[in-house]
Ligand binder design. Structure first.
Ligand SMILES: Cc1ncc(COP(=O)(O)O)c(C=O)c1O
Length: 468
């Protein structure tokens, strides 16, 4: 048969067996591997691609199930004859745009971006939306204020002052449609000569992506037990530093107050701006919240980013940033270039939600819901996973990290858990350097799963991991 030229992406999120399966499937449908051709043996292909036999076996199993190949006894795997193919070319095309079959049977998806949807009060949201529609009428059809609706910004300023210690006026707040949007807008305010940034390693890859796209020179800074390593940071002369101090993403480290003070002092002396991404600070399950960096800053050094994605719903695409004076002036110079990207209807509805006290009640309720889920998750890990796992971070936010030390590689764990119907998320993509990762570490989100799903999912995960 023809040679297999497949460039496997070992750092990709897509499991290796899916990459092999897709490659062979495409070769067959494009008729580059002819009907009736014999595929290489599992051992041969595994050696050739330098992957485990189980990886190739899983890929072949998927091709078998879908009828692309057949197994002939004591002979091997053969590409199906055309008249025996179960699918017409049109269906093949459709298949290519469908999610891969392996995702269809995922029963327990520990995805990190999901929230508890049962707790969203649709009745109240509906009532407030229609109230806005009735009172605002045609006004709602026009462009709104570029910075965001004033009443809404005032509610945000009030909330930030009381709950996060952020000291700002509504005039410093820019409403945005997601943190990506905040970062992009911020990049546009930064001169080309100043485009250098230190970022946490590991850290949020989406932020790194945006800085890269905006031609920033990026320096990864390792973490120590208190968050971004100040010693390494001090050796660097970037003009900006991006941090997630309240719940470092993904490690979960909460930066203690002394580190915050040292970071601010260093930023003041070195004239560096700090971008503080406070994405899920509403949820802390032990102790009291630590005030934001912005509230401790006496030198206008902090750009504060917040979002409603974790606390309310990611689909609303509502977030904001608080700018210090220098950058605010820059924004104001160009304000006529920017239109607000979030719907006025949603801004006004959320403003009423906050002004009428629903927001505070919602946050209190969500803290209870997530604290319960968090406790169940930790208990299930203790009950069902043996001593080969180590819990990292925790006590805040909607995810934890699990280091798995049972001898399986990251790819192997992904394959085996997905085959069993559980999805957990590798963190390797958040590291800019891999060298110090001794064992694979996975991100386990729990916000969107029910309590029962959390228990059952971890039990199933235990079956897979403990069986090695
Ligand atoms: C570090 C970090 N910041 C911000 C966000 C929120 O992004 P957005 O506001 O675009 O939903 C997330 C969400 O996953 C995140 O992990």
């Amino acid at each position: 048969m023809k040679e297999i030229i497949l460039n496997l992406q070992k750092n990709s999120n897509e499991p290796l067996y899916i990459q092999i399966y897709k490659y062979i499937r495409e070769e067959i449908t494009a008729n580059r591997i002819k009907r009736g051709a014999k595929l290489p043996s599992i051992r041969h292909l595994a050696d050739y691609l330098n992957v485990s036999k189980i990886t190739v076996d899983n890929a072949y199993q998927q091709l078998l199930v879908e009828g692309y190949i057949e197994s002939r006894q004591r002979s091997g795997m053969y590409v199906q004859h055309i008249e025996e193919m179960l699918i017409t070319p049109i269906e093949v095309n459709k298949m290519n745009i469908c999610p891969t079959p392996s995702f269809n049977h995922i029963k327990y998806d520990f995805h990190y971006g999901t929230i508890d949807t049962d707790s969203f009060n649709f009745n109240i949201w509906r009532k407030l939306t229609s109230q806005v529609l009735k009172s605002s009428k045609v006004q709602l059809l026009q462009y709104g204020e570029p910075q965001g609706e004033l009443d809404f910004r005032e509610e945000i300023a009030k909330y930030l002052r009381l709950s996060r210690g952020v000291l700002c006026s509504s005039d410093q707040i820019i409403v945005t449609s997601g943190t990506h949007n905040s970062l992009q807008l911020l990049c546009e305010l930064i001169d080309y000569n100043d485009r250098s940034i230190a970022i946490e390693n590991p850290g949020w890859s989406n932020a790194k992506f945006i800085f890269e796209k905006n031609n920033f020179e990026i320096t990864p800074i390792p973490l120590d037990k208190d968050g971004i390593c100040l010693k390494t940071l001090k050796e660097n002369s970037s003009k900006f530093v991006y941090v997630t101090p309240s719940h470092q993403f993904p490690s979960g480290i909460v930066m203690p107050i002394t580190r915050r003070q040292h970071l601010l002092r260093w930023a003041k002396n070195s004239k560096t701006f700090i971008i503080e991404d406070d994405y899920d600070s509403e949820f802390r399950y032990m102790g009291r919240p630590i005030p934001s960096l912005q509230g401790l800053d006496d030198d206008e050094r902090v750009i504060y980013l917040g979002t409603f994605s974790k606390s309310l719903a990611p689909s609303l695409r509502m977030s904001y940033m608080v700018l210090p004076k220098k950058l605010l002036d820059k924004y104001k110079q160009n304000v006529s270039m920017y239109e607000q990207s979030t719907s006025r209807l949603n801004q006004k509805t959320l403003q009423l939600f906050m002004a009428d006290g629903y927001w505070e009640r919602h946050i209190q309720k969500m803290r209870k819901v997530y604290r319960k889920k968090y406790s169940l998750l930790i208990k299930s890990i203790e009950d069902y996973l043996n001593s080969n796992v180590r819990l990292i971070g925790g006590n805040a936010g909607l995810h934890i990290l699990l280091e798995i030390r049972n001898g399986m590689s990251e790819d192997m764990i992904i394959q085996k858990t997905e085959m069993a119907g559980v999805k957990i998320y590798p963190t390797s993509k958040y590291w800019m350097t891999h060298s110090d990762l001794e064992y694979p570490i996975f991100l386990i989100g729990f916000g969107g799963l029910s309590e029962n799903q959390i228990i059952e999912g971890i039990e199933l995960l235990g079956d897979v991991l403990n069986s090695n």
